[in-house]
Design a protein around this ligand. Structure first.
Ligand SMILES: Cc1cc2nc3c(=O)[nH]c(=O)nc-3n(C[C@H](O)[C@H](O)[C@H](O)COP(=O)(O)O)c2cc1C
Length: 188
């Protein structure tokens, strides 16, 4: 797949088939993630790939995070109850994803470098997943439950950047149009 095509056609997938994702495919996309640039070449990312019973434990934590978000969502989308319900439905099930990739940044510097570098690596991961025929989504709406998530996977010294559900897509998400006026040219 051409890089430009992968960039344009990657979408956030929130509904997954149950077909298992081979470990080799996950290893491949994670290896590509680690070729991202990083501040001072620290390569500060740390990925935890979760499947099976632990994934179910995480799914129930994510569901609690969604319910805790309900009042904010209802206030924000007071006139669009369907958005509230579809968002909460996603948090309840995480689209049925069988695999979660937790992206952590080393928490040693206190600067934004490590989280920024990890975010760049996650974008590599999302593009590589798309090229491999997988669906995935950056999610961080679960941050209210960061402590519970960390405890579930035994992390004590890193910063959770996002959770990426991964699986074969069971939907073709709509293409959000690009917003105008986001690029400014000087000296051209
Ligand atoms: C920083 C960030 C946070 C996001 N958080 C969530 C989230 O918590 N839940 C979710 O379903 N999608 C989340 N998304 C995905 C966006 O909703 C999605 O990228 C956006 O709607 C554009 O759609 P596309 O990715 O298909 O182009 C997040 C994306 C980013 C970059």
């Amino acid at each position: 797949m051409e890089l430009a095509q992968a960039i344009r056609e990657r979408r956030s997938v929130r509904k997954f088939r149950l077909d298992p994702v081979p470990r080799e495919t996950l290893e491949h996309i994670l290896e590509l993630a680690t070729w991202a640039p990083s501040g001072m070449n620290r390569q500060p990312w740390h990925f935890i790939v979760v499947r099976g019973e632990k994934a179910e434990e995480l799914r129930s934590i994510f569901s609690e995070a969604g319910e805790e978000m309900r009042p904010r969502l209802e206030a924000r989308f007071a006139d669009r109850p369907k958005i509230v319900e579809s968002t909460l439905e996603f948090f309840r099930t995480y689209g049925g994803a069988q695999v979660f990739i937790l992206a952590y940044a080393g928490a040693s510097t206190g600067s934004g470098w490590d989280t920024n570098s990890t975010a760049v690596a996650v974008q590599n991961l999302l593009l590589a997943a798309h090229e491999a025929g997988l669906g995935a989504t950056w999610t961080d709406g679960i941050m209210g439950k960061e402590a519970s998530i960390n405890e579930a996977v035994g992390v004590t010294d890193k910063k959770l950047v996002c959770v990426v559900p991964v699986g074969y897509p069971d939907e073709a998400p709509r293409v959000p149009p690009r917003r105008e006026g986001r690029i400014e040219w000087i000296g051209f």
